[in-house]
Ligand binder design. Structure first.
Ligand code: AP5
Length: 217
C-alpha cells in the first residue's frame, strides 16, 4: 500500500503519519525529515536544501525525488509507505509514478488534509519538538503530560523548527497554494483522491483516514 498525505504546512500530515504507521504496519516517509537529516549531517545535498527550506521555498524537484528514490531503494520491495510531504509538484507526482512502476507498485490512496490558513498559523507558531527523539508537541493542543519533560523519551530539551517563523510560514502557505494544491486534480482524475477535514480533533482525523482505508479507497 502506498498512501500519500497532502496538505498545507501544519495541516497534520506528520501527526497523522506518526499515528497511522504503527496501526498500518507502514513506513512513514517524510521528505521534510529526510532533508533535515541531510542538513544535520552537513551533506552537500543538505547544504543546498537548507537555503530553500529556510526561506520557505520548495527544494528543487531533482533533490526531493533523489531522497525518496534512495530511501525506497534501501527498503524491502513490498514495504508499505505513508508519504508525508511528497509529491509536492506535478513533476514529482509523475516521477513518483515512475519510481513505483519500476518496483511493480502504484499509488493506492491520496488523502488531502484540508485546513484553513488561519488555523495553520496558530498551529505552526505553537509547535515544538523533543530535541532528543523528535516527538512533536504544541503549546495549546498537545503539551507534554509533565511540563518540560518529553512523554516519549524523558528528554528535557525542546526545539522549534527554523522555518516556523511567521513570515516564513506565510511563504510556505503561498507555495502550497501555488505549487502543491495544483497536483490534487492529477490524483482526482485517477479516482484516488479523498478529502478529510483537518480542523477536527487529531483522533477524529485519524479515524476518518482509517475508515477511508477500510472502505478500500
Ligand atoms: P515539511 O517538513 O514537509 O513541512 P510542511 O509541509 O511545511 O509541513 P509541516 O511539517 O510544517 O506540517 P504538518 O502538516 O506535518 O503538520 P504537523 O503534523 O507537524 O517540509 C519542510 C520544507 O522541506 C518545505 O518547506 C520544503 O522546503 C522542503 N520539502 C519537503 N518536502 C519537499 C518536496 N517534496 N519537494 C520540495 N521541497 C520539499 O502539525 C503541526 C502542529 O499542529 C503540531 O504542533 C501538531 O501537534 C498540531 N496539530 C496537528 N493536527 C492537529 C489537529 N487536528 N488539531 C490540533 N492541532 C493539530
Amino acid at each position: 500500500m502506498i498512501m500519500i498525505l497532502i496538505g498545507p504546512p501544519g495541516s497534520g500530515k506528520g501527526t497523522q503519519a506518526q499515528r497511522l504507521e504503527q496501526r498500518l504496519g507502514a513506513v512513514h516517509l517524510s521528505t521534510g525529515n529526510l532533508l533535515r537529516d541531510e542538513i544535520a549531517a552537513k551533506s552537500s545535498l543538505g547544504k543546498t536544501a537548507e537555503t530553500f527550506m529556510n526561506s520557505g521555498q520548495l527544494v528543487p524537484d531533482q533533490i526531493a525525488v533523489e531522497v525518496v528514490a534512495e530511501h525506497m531503494k534501501r527498503g524491502e520491495p513490498d514495504t508499505d509507505y505513508i508519504l508525508d510531504g511528497f509529491p509536492r509538484t506535478t513533476n514529482q507526482a509523475e516521477e513518483l509514478d515512475r519510481i513505483l512502476e519500476e518496483r511493480g507498485l502504484e499509488v493506492g490512496t491520496v488523502v488531502e488534509i484540508h485546513t484553513n490558513d488561519e488555523v495553520l498559523m496558530e498551529r505552526l507558531t505553537g509547535r515544538f519538538a523533543c530535541a532528543n527523539c523528535g516527538e512533536g508537541y504544541h503549546k495549546s493542543f498537545k503539551r507534554p503530560k509533565s511540563d518540560g519533560v518529553c512523554d516519549k523519551c524523558g528528554g528535557v530539551e525542546f526545539e522549534v523548527r527554523s522555518d516556523d517563523r511567521e513570515e516564513t510560514i506565510r511563504d510556505r502557505l503561498g507555495v502550497y497554494h501555488s505549487e502543491t494544491a495544483p497536483i490534487l486534480p492529477y490524483y482526482a482524475k485517477k479516482g484516488l483522491l479523498v478529502r478529510v477535514d483537518g480542523e477536527k480533533a487529531m483522533g477524529d482525523v485519524t479515524k476518518e483516514i482509517e475508515t477511508i482505508l477500510i472502505d478500500g479507497r
